[in-house]
Design a protein around this ligand. Structure first.
Ligand SMILES: NC(=O)c1ccc[n+]([C@@H]2O[C@H](COP(=O)([O-])OP(=O)(O)OC[C@H]3O[C@@H](n4cnc5c(N)ncnc54)[C@H](O)[C@@H]3O)[C@@H](O)[C@H]2O)c1
Length: 245
């Protein structure tokens, strides 16, 4: 009798799967990986989603069990969020639970949705590199915390950690003629988004890293060098045409 050694598919946990980024990533990665989703609200398209709050450690532990890789999108994404009211629970406490539960469960790789708000405070700079850290608001400061605590988890426990400073993603809510010059410099299309997160799962071991994620945008405001080096990412989409004035 011949036994075929089949590698079991990687189990990827996707948090924030009901959200704007999460729904696009979920639909795009579903055909390629075994996906489990987690959110505090029901996840369209996934009746088996784990429902719970990031601040609920037991719910987080159940969601994390058996995962190889975590794509952590869950949290508060608002630039105008109030630190104590909106951010502490999901973005600080919830992130800690995810990381701690992940390393105890033996998760190999943790992909963290960071933001350009960690660096937008450097308003004098015409080009943001991955070592630019200048929080623009308390929301951005929670993402700085995420990048720093992720470094510590990698240094201490060897769990790979990648901070993805996501550009401007609106997906199905996208404006086909994007007017805001700020948004035009950091725009990320749906196809590039999916491709980007696919690469974060498939890339060979990179250890710890910070990358920007955007499509082909004018002025190269966001430095894509580390995304290219660590993941092999090359954007395919072009920022939508500006409206005629
Ligand atoms: N959309 C962008 O342009 C953008 C840019 C930079 C970074 N990000 C980051 O990407 C991630 C997703 O952003 P989005 O635009 O899809 O936001 P979103 O608000 O549409 O999605 C966030 C998801 O997280 C879930 N969530 C929030 N708090 C939770 C909690 N306490 N417990 C469990 N689930 C919780 C929400 O239910 C929601 O489904 C966020 O971490 C955000 O900071 C987004």
């Amino acid at each position: 009798m011949i036994f075929c050694a089949m590698a079991s598919p990687k189990l990827v946990l996707l948090t924030g799967a009901a959200g704007n980024v999460g729904q696009t990533v979920f639909a795009g990665l579903r055909p390629r990986f075994a996906l489990r989703t987690f959110d505090r609200v029901s996840v369209p398209g996934d009746p088996t989603a784990h429902l719970g709050d990031l601040a609920d450690r037991a719910a987080v532990e159940r969601a994390v069990a058996g995962a190889d890789t975590i794509i952590h999108l869950g949290g508060c994404p608002r630039m105008d969020a109030d630190f104590m009211r909106d951010l502490v629970k999901p973005n600080i406490e919830g992130l800690w639970h995810m990381l701690e539960a992940a390393r105890l469960a033996g998760v190999k790789r943790f992909i963290f949705a960071s933001s350009c708000n960690v660096a937008f405070g450097a308003i004098e700079r015409s080009h943001l590199t991955t070592d630019t850290v200048h929080a623009f608001n308390p929301y951005g400061a929670t993402k700085v915390f995420g990048e720093a605590i992720g470094r510590w988890f990698f240094d201490t426990y060897g769990m790979e950690f990648l901070a993805v400073r996501i550009g401007y993603f609106r997906g199905i809510y996208d404006d086909p003629r994007l007017a805001d010059p700020w948004h035009r410099r950091i725009w990320l299309g749906s196809r590039d988004l999916v491709n980007f997160f696919r690469l974060t799962v498939e890339a060979p071991r990179f250890g710890y890293g910070i990358v920007y994620a955007c499509s082909r945008c004018p002025e190269n405001y966001l430095d894509l060098t580390s995304a290219r080096t660590l993941l092999g990412y090359a954007p395919e989409e072009e920022v939508p045409p500006a409206p005629l004035s």
